[in-house]
Ligand binder design. Structure first.
Ligand code: ZN
Ligand code: ZN
Length: 380
């Protein structure tokens, strides 16, 4: 009498291959001798394996459907497990799948050969004039680009990838060890195919199978007006092409602004220092200031003090996003003459006398300290 293989797996006679596999996995997890020490479970497990061996094989399943038993002695089949039952495992892979397959397959599986490329960064030195008003800067980039010989496939002309024989295309190999804790299954990437599941029998001679080659390219990057030191301009997909010709990463151009001789920059504002003689500061004067892109006349008011600041509106750096420009701040250094002719000294003495400033006394007694002493005396 033929055994009821469908009944053993608990599936209907019109079950699909997937139904059968799913049912087998479920039962195998339940009755595997390592999980279930009951001797009856062991027998049951044998039956389950036998049923799966038969029903997962189109020819054997057909025999069952015609009323035969491919595993029975003289039943016509004589499967690999021999009469009375399949071997301990239907197939190593099937039993692995029963315990780990679906979950593992869903999350791991072979590593794709084609992967996205990395971003690249490039430092670009610019003058203030260029960061302020923008520039089209030529740059040279060293990155991986797609191999034009094989268009990224990595295979020599007319050849194809082949399934890795070591891992059967799974990209990983699994091993089972028995330990005192029970059965431990470990899987690691296949070293033959580096986890890809495929091998390249004849690599492309240009890229040696990488699908990409390193090249030096020249590009022009458009720097907008108003960029600042440290900013990065992103050039989409101008970075590294990935392994297997994968989509290129982005290229970031990092702006480095060279220090300017005259102007220092704070945001969109510029600052500069201008020296005016003591007399001009006292009496007032008109100065011509060179800005980044024009000349501006500014009036220094009479009585201007050292450190005074004048603002020229809208003569700083153009704003990166939006309208207008920053301001230019002119810091005035009032210069005191360091050498005087005797005539100049006499004139300044007279000048001081008219203002009631006792210069002779101060200089004779050592300036600062005598003034300090006078200040203390004044308070005593
Ligand atoms: Zn492999
Ligand atoms: Zn190539």
């Amino acid at each position: 009498m033929a055994r009821d293989y469908y009944g053993i797996l608990g599936v209907s006679r019109d079950a699909t291959d997937d139904d059968i596999k799913r049912a087998y996995r479920k039962l195998a997890r339940q009755y595997h001798p390592d999980v279930n020490p009951d001797p009856e479970a062991h027998e049951k497990f044998k039956d389950i394996n036998a049923a799966y061996e038969v029903l997962s094989d189109d020819k054997k399943r057909q025999m069952v459907d015609l009323g035969g038993d491919p595993l029975a002695p003289g039943g016509g089949g004589g499967g690999p497990g021999g009469p009375g039952g399949a071997g301990p495992f239907v197939g190593f892979q099937d039993i692995m799948d029963a315990f780990f397959g679906q979950a593992a397959g869903a999350t791991r599986g072979p590593r794709p050969r084609t992967r996205p490329g990395a971003d690249a960064i490039l430092r670009l030195e610019l003058d203030l004039q260029e960061t302020a008003f923008g520039v089209e800067a030529p740059i040279t980039v060293d990155t991986a680009v797609i191999c034009t010989t094989c268009s990224g496939a990595g295979t020599a002309a007319g050849t194809h990838l082949a399934t890795c024989e070591t891992c059967q295309g799974r990209g990983e190999v699994q091993s089972v060890q028995r330990t005192f804790l029970g059965q431990v299954v470990s899987s690691r990437p296949c070293t033959v195919c580096q986890g890809h599941g495929t091998v390249i029998p004849s690599p492309c001679p240009t890229c040696a199978g990488e699908g990409r080659v390193r090249t030096r390219r020249s590009l022009t990057v458009k720097i907008p007006a108003g960029v600042e030191d440290g900013m990065r301009i992103r050039l989409a997909q101008q970075g590294e092409v990935g392994p297997g010709g994968g989509t290129a990463g982005d290229l970031y151009v990092e702006i480095h602004e060279r220090p300017h001789d005259v102007y220092s920059r704070r945001g969109d504002d510029l600052h500069c220092r201008v020296t005016v003689p003591m007399t001009s500061a006292a009496m007032g004067t008109r100065l011509t200031i060179k800005t980044l892109d024009s000349e501006e006349a500014i009036d220094v008011r009479a009585g201007t003090q050292p450190g005074a600041t004048m603002r020229i509106r809208g003569k700083g750096v153009p704003r990166l996003r939006g309208q207008g420009r920053g301001d230019l701040f002119v810091h005035l250094d009032v210069r005191t003459p360091t050498k005087l002719t005797s005539e100049q000294e006499r004139m300044l003495r007279d000048f001081a006398k008219t203002r009631g400033e006792d210069i002779a006394e101060l200089s004779k007694q050592g300036g600062f300290f005598s003034r300090m002493r006078d200040a203390f005396n004044g308070h005593n």
